[in-house]
Design a protein around this ligand. Sequence first.
Ligand code: DX5
Ligand code: ZN
Length: 220
Amino acid sequence: MTPLFPSILSTRYFELAERLEAFKEAGIDWIHLDVMDGHFVNNISFGPAAIAAIRSRFDFRFDSHLMVSNPQRMVPLFLEAGSDWVSIHLEAVSDPSGLLEIIRAGGAGPGLVINPDTPVEEVFPWLPLLDYVLIMSVFPGYGGQAFIPATIGRVAELKQEIRRQGLTCRIQVDGGINASMSARLRDAGADILVMGTALYNAGDIPAVVKQVSNVFNGDA
Ligand code: DX5
Ligand code: ZN
């Protein structure tokens, strides 16, 4: 698993196949799908058909980030489409435990997402049910936003609690990230970085993947 998951949110549709080929050549094996319903966030992106279409031509693993108000309805659709990981927003459910069990029973890794203004400790009770926690470093809805610096401390706080509970839950961070932030985020306790705009703007995708991988593999 490369520690860098590209978000395809910012993709220009006619470039998608070319971009995915470039990701493949750069050694990327997971794709982050930013699913937006126009209700939980003021934007609409794509549905389960996007996974089915990509799966028909590429052998990536799929990390579906559901920015939706009704995850109860959406989770089965994204499991059916072939998600390997599915994350739901804690802000969209009162008790996520049932849905997290459904995700795991459906053969996918369950994740919980928290927005920048949700206290980190709100995710603590659910950690034993999770394969990962996604800490948003921007308010969800759009790519290309500025990284919120307080995220670093939030990652460290979550990592400390994961260690205290003796769990192996991974920490994923998403929003406004570029490769130069890798070491600081790794040192705070992050395991996976989601990158959209910074990767699209990078002339040399393999170089970015190598830079981030070296930081997380201890080679930098
Ligand atoms: C926000 C999305 C974005 C996207 C990548 O709802 O989740 O964070 O993944 O964002 P950028 O383009 O900032 O890397
Ligand atoms: Zn995302």
